[in-house]
Design a protein around this ligand. Sequence first.
Ligand SMILES: Cc1cc2nc3c(=O)[nH]c(=O)nc-3n(C[C@H](O)[C@H](O)[C@H](O)COP(=O)(O)O)c2cc1C
Length: 251
Amino acid sequence: MHPARWARLARRPSHRYDAAAMAARGFRPLAFARVPEDQMRERARSFLAMIRPRRSVRDFSPEPIPLDVVRRCIEAACQAPSGAHKQPWTFALVTDPALKRRIRLAAEEEERRTYGERMSEEWRRALEPLGTTWEKPFLETVPALIVLLRRDWEIAPDGSRRKNYYVQESCGIALGFLIAALHNAGLATLTHTPSPMGFLARILERPANEKAFMLLPVGYPAAGAQVPDLTRRPLGESLVEYAADPTEPSP
Ligand SMILES: Cc1cc2nc3c(=O)[nH]c(=O)nc-3n(C[C@H](O)[C@H](O)[C@H](O)COP(=O)(O)O)c2cc1C
């Protein structure tokens, strides 16, 4: 279709919606600002440039971080879509040194067993380039830990259980938003899964419907922090396209 026709189509109000009837059903008009294509390209480019240097950090500075920034990033994570809009998550922000110590000790206890007995040879080989061990001193050094807890069900006011849907997918998306928001704000993170993670809900005394999904240390990297020299797959190995129009430029 000719671009001018697309533009006319974009401006034409949709007649599929009767605004009053929709409002009566609890709908409201979508707030969506169209962005000119050149600005879209610039935004996509600058988002990639912002996110590209993100790395998992395992050596943190003990310096304090602005917690209002962290709270704002958690609020950004809470804008994620979720199955049936159940928002099946709780973000626990832990800065209390005594709690961080308990979490470190419990994580190391599990990780000592995982690295010592539970890990398969294949898993061990996969981790080798990362140089990780059972020791997790950063859990204590780092100024903040965010524990993302998944809620498989909610407790209704009458005490009955209300099921949530696509809980893992929803929490994964919210976590992605959170990591991007924290990195964008200038903070480093690690997606940490000391396995099994049951100790986190116990230490934090969370209700029975909450299970730890991810442990995310948040802070500044220690001076001179090192990361494994990893490369990303070229886009062509991650993206497959099924376009009818072969004239569209490919990546
Ligand atoms: C679901 C998930 C679980 C992870 N668990 C751990 C972990 O327990 N410990 C750790 O050091 N890194 C963990 N990582 C971090 C990965 O090792 C890291 O993302 C990967 O090596 C790529 O490095 P990068 O994040 O610096 O790009 C985890 C990452 C993901 C996505």
